[in-house]
Design a protein around this ligand. Structure first.
Ligand code: FAD
Length: 465
């Protein structure tokens, strides 16, 4: 055998969970090695958050150019050079993954290319095409992420796409079927609809974007329909017939079998954790029924020196959650008393309009017996929003009735993804509606909507009756 290399902390996977954990552990004085079998940045930077947002932005620019006659702008012969869009999108990805490489190096984290596999609770083997190397460690953080679920009736191919395939299409499809109206399906469906694709979303449940309130998803559905998209709910996708230049998808709705044709079908019906091929059985790490790794509040598994973070553990599979847990795990390993607290973890959907939520919804508060006062304010009563010609939406500030403490917020509207941060901070810092109302927000900004909602909660709004 080879001579084992000794280190303090190993991180498996360099996604937003793993690379952040590695940097924080190094900052706290650990000798850290991160093992990555693919690309630095993981799903998020390479085939997730970042390329999808780049595509969504490009699609907005196109859609805006074509549909701004309302405000007196008419553009003719607006065209898309999709290979250039793709090249630009990849350049954004490259900048960021290069940035991660620089950050790891700057923090003296060793990066090893290869696939890690557990030998025992203090040893892994790392394999690449040519060789294998053994590493021993005091502590290890599993951050191997997740991959798309493949349905047996929809094997991925050139025309049956997972999210990665849908991000990397060679052309804008004329027609696209999306199976699964979760946030990935809805975001990519919206992007292609903005590019002019005829989109059909098939959703098995009775609504798309089930994680958000109906009032919010209703706005997304309205705008998708306006873009020419068709949304079929309670639709069971049954199978696909692949042709040379397209697909025919069969689905069942209301007991009737239907068929729909398109150039491509995107299947986004969930993701499964990468916990099945890393030798966890060798060390006895406990998993849930769904294959997620069980962890405590410090992200520690049942084996005291093995930690897990991000998409491989319970909770919303989101990049910022992975990074947050990465910091907690690295601090725990370094002997700090850090623990996770998910109270103020936001969730965002980059549809039209954007949706964002943090903390309690009205309904969740009620379910827990918390009496609330809700401050709701429409984007249509905000000057900036009207000046942007984008005023469909609302903000709901959820405050505790007894003392006005901000405990949650939901936003549907332009800029929701950025605006939600203020409410997250309010929850984290124990801010009241009065604090927000008395904070001077610059005029005219979308941020004023949060201030106005606080005024509504206090019962004395200025710009609404
Ligand atoms: P990952 O990012 O999955 O990284 C895991 C890494 O581990 C990978 O690089 C993998 O190669 C490596 N690995 C796996 N096994 C091994 C092994 N045995 N040895 C070595 N390396 C290994 N989240 C958001 O918050 N906002 C968004 O807007 C958003 N948009 C998304 C859009 C799409 C299309 C998709 C697919 C996802 C999106 N997500 C978004 C989710 C987000 O990408 C994930 O939650 C996040 O990447 C999880 O981070 P992670 O570090 O747990 O794992």
């Amino acid at each position: 055998g080879d001579f084992p290399i000794e280190t303090d902390t190993i991180v498996i996977g360099a996604g937003p969970g793993g690379y952040v954990a590695a940097i924080r552990a190094a900052q706290l004085g650990q000798k850290v090695t991160v093992v990555e079998k693919g690309e630095l940045g993981g799903v998020c930077l390479n085939v997730g958050c970042i390329p999808s947002k780049a595509l969504i932005n490009a699609a907005h620019k196109y859609e805006n150019a074509k549909h701004s006659d309302e405000i007196g702008i008419t553009a003719e012969n607006v065209t898309v050079d999709f290979s250039k869009v793709q090249a630009w999108k990849q350049s954004v990805v490259k900048k960021l993954t290069g940035g991660v490489a620089g950050l790891l190096k700057g923090n003296k984290v060793e990066v090893v290319k290869g696939e890690a596999y557990f030998v025992d609770a203090n040893t892994i083997r790392v394999m690449d095409e040519k060789s294998a190397q053994t590493y021993t460690f005091k502590n290890i953080i599993i951050a191997t992420g997740s991959r798309p679920i493949e349905l047996p009736t929809f094997k991925f191919s050139k025309r049956v796409l997972d999210s990665t395939g849908a991000l990397n299409l060679p052309e804008i499809p004329k027609k696209l079927i999306v199976i699964g109206g979760g946030y990935i399906g809805s975001e990519l469906g919206t992007a292609y609809a903005n590019f002019g694709t005829e989109v059909t979303i098939l959703e098995g449940a009775d609504d798309i974007l089930s994680g958000f309130e109906k009032q919010m998803t209703a706005l997304v559905k309205k705008s998708l329909k306006k873009k020419g998209a068709k949304i079929v709910t309670k639709a069971m996708a049954k199978g696909v017939e692949e042709k040379e230049d397209g697909v025919v998808v069969t689905y069942e709705v209301n007991g009737k079998e239907e068929k729909v044709e398109a150039d491509y079908v995107l299947v986004t019906v969930g993701r499964r954790p990468n916990t099945d091929e890393i030798g966890l059985e060798q060390v006895g790490v406990e998993l849930t029924e769904r294959g997620l790794i069980k962890v405590d509040k410090q992200c520690r598994t049942n084996i005291p020196n093995i930690y897990a973070i991000g998409d491989v553990v319970e909770g919303p599979p989101l990049a910022h959650k992975a990074s947050y847990e990465g910091k907690i795990a690295a601090e725990a390993i370094s002997g700090l008393p850090s623990e996770v607290d998910y109270l103020a973890i936001p969730a965002v959907c980059f549809t039209d309009p954007e949706l964002a939520t943090v903390g309690y919804t009205e309904e969740q508060a009620k379910a827990e017996g918390i009496e609330v006062t809700v401050g709701k304010f429409p984007f249509a009563a905000n000057g900036r929003s009207l000046a942007l010609n984008n005023s469909d939406g609302f903000l709901k500030l959820i405050t505790r009735k007894e003392d006005g403490l901000v405990i949650g917020g939901q936003i549907a509207g332009p800029g929701a993804s950025d605006m939600i941060a203020e409410i997250g901070l309010a929850i984290e810092a124990g801010v009241t509606a009065e604090d927000i109302a008395m904070t001077i927000h610059a005029h005219p900004t979308l941020g004023e909507i949060t201030m106005e909602a606080a005024e509504v909660a206090l019962g004395s709004p200025i710009h609404i009756i």
